[in-house]
Design a protein around this ligand. Structure first.
Ligand SMILES: [Fe+2]
Ligand SMILES: [Fe+2]
Length: 204
């Protein structure tokens, strides 16, 4: 009887050891894909901002600059989580195309909508199943921000099509902790996602 008890306890200890040391493989792959997506989006939006300025759309350029800043913050947050899990991001070169500002806005709406409705919800599910709360938080901040970006880009495209940039806000503010992006004139005193004070928001 004693022998069996010892065997069961030993088996339990081995199981605990294996499960505690198991890497959250899906979450790690998702973090890497997220870092790649956010880094690419940041570089792409910076190039789109330059193109918008060349076309005389300075207000739309500000939106691209603000979103570019936000995506850098998302990439940095995902990287922190990845490194905490003992992993490193492989080097890569962002790939994107710069077209007209109207086309760039449509591509941005499509990209943000995919991230908001498909990519991040899937990542959040994986991170919840693998019990990585830091990743759930980082993915949620990005998902909630991309939702706002998609809506800002839709407004910008409508303004461009109407030939009236005065419909758009004069600038944007970005939370340095979570990337939450606000339209000037509609800014919370504390970030609605992470509670950071407005004093530290970056004005664009
Ligand atoms: Fe975004
Ligand atoms: Fe925030």
């Amino acid at each position: 009887m004693k022998k069996y008890l010892f065997f069961i306890l030993a088996l339990g200890a081995v199981f605990m050891f294996v499960s505690c040391n198991q890497k959250p493989v899906k979450t790690i792959a998702d973090l890497k894909e997220g870092i790649k997506g956010e880094t690419t989006a940041s570089a792409k939006y910076a190039a789109f901002a330059q193109k918008a300025r060349e076309e005389g759309n300075d207000t739309i350029a500000k939106l691209f600059d603000a979103a570019s800043k936000a995506e850098t913050i998302h990439a940095a947050n995902h990287t922190k989580v990845l490194e905490k899990l003992g992993e490193k991001m492989e080097p890569f070169t962002p790939q994107f195309e710069v077209k007209t500002t109207a086309e760039n806005l449509q591509a941005s709406i499509d990209g943000e909508t995919y991230e908001e409705t498909t990519m991040y919800p899937g990542f959040m599910k994986d991170a919840e199943a693998e019990n990585v709360p830091d990743a759930v938080k980082s993915f949620t901040w990005a998902r909630d921000t991309e939702m706002k970006h998609a809506s800002f880009y839709k407004n910008a495209l409508a303004a461009l099509q109407a030939g009236d940039e005065s419909m758009l806000p004069s600038g944007y503010e970005v939370c340095p902790v979570c990337g939450n992006t606000y339209e000037e004139g509609n800014v919370d005193e504390k970030c609605a996602f992470c509670q950071t004070s407005r004093d530290s928001f970056e004005k664009i």
